[in-house]
Design a protein around this ligand. Structure first.
Ligand code: UDP
Length: 242
């Protein structure tokens, strides 16, 4: 594509401009990082797999009324997206206790939460993406109270839809991270990606705590067979509709 200029390079994707100022091109890389980029590596074909998974999931969510930045997928590694201003929040939804929730609260791994937990983290690598309180979020003016309520509601709706979708795939949606952006009309839309990089996904056919893992925890904790797990998620996701 001509006139392409890099807007931003993140850990897993590069964002480019296009001829249309309202459209960006998101290129999915094979690079993988964990623990705030202290662990670095690469997962073969991850860019293609995550781009395919995220594109399919965005299509499913759009069809069920969730506004997203997704436009189309012009090639294996590329997604065309609406140019939005990213809200500097990582919205995490949890159905089952894992990761930092276990580390910070002592709740045992695998505990089913009575209701989904929605948390807001400050998207700021220099500060280590800290967990925010509502008052700190408002103090920093990262969102208005109205936007905060809307983010919470959208995150819960997306969780309900994704839980249903992954359940059909024989996968348990343990937790995941969402990012949102504001479009030119100041409307909140789901942005970034939804993939095994940003979700914890457990294979329902396995009970073994290592064998069941189908997400980036395989990379984070050197569990092996990372590519095969991502590929299995992709095969199952692409074979299902919401
Ligand atoms: N997550 C993410 N990006 C981040 C932090 C978390 O995609 O920068 C995802 C992570 O993959 C998991 C969920 O958000 O599905 C909850 O992560 P957690 O807070 O447990 O942090 P972690 O244990 O990954 O450090």
């Amino acid at each position: 594509m001509t006139n392409r200029q890099q807007v931003y390079e993140g850990k897993a994707k590069i964002l480019y401009t296009t001829e249309d100022p309202d459209i960006f091109l998101s290129y999915f890389k094979d690079d993988a990082t964990a623990f705030n980029a202290k662990k670095k590596g690469s997962i073969a074909k991850k860019g293609e797999m995550n781009c395919a998974i995220a594109s399919h999931l965005f299509r499913q969510l759009e069809a069920r009324g969730i506004p997203t930045h997704f436009i189309d997928q012009p090639s294996a590694n590329e997604m065309r997206v609406k140019a939005v201003k990213i809200v500097p929040l990582e919205v995490v939804v949890r159905n089952i206790a894992a990761g930092s929730l276990c580390q910070q609260t002592g709740i045992p791994l695998g505990t089913l939460l009575k209701q989904p937990l929605v948390e807001f983290y400050y998207k700021n690598d220099a500060l280590g993406d800290p967990l925010l309180t509502r008052d700190r979020l408002l103090l920093l003016e990262l969102a208005t109270p109205e936007q905060l309520a809307q983010l919470d509601q959208m995150a819960r709706e997306i969780n309900t839809l994704l839980q249903e979708f992954f359940d059909q795939c024989g996968i348990t949606l343990v937790d995941f991270k969402l990012e949102f952006g504001l479009d030119r009309d100041q409307r909140l839309v789901l942005a970034d990606e939804i993939s095994p990089d940003t979700c914890r996904l457990w294979n329902q056919a396995e009970t073994d705590p290592t064998r069941r893992v189908m997400d980036k925890d395989r990379f984070r904790h050197d569990l092996g067979e990372v590519e095969a797990a991502y590929d299995q998620v992709m095969q199952r996701v692409l074979a299902h509709q919401l």
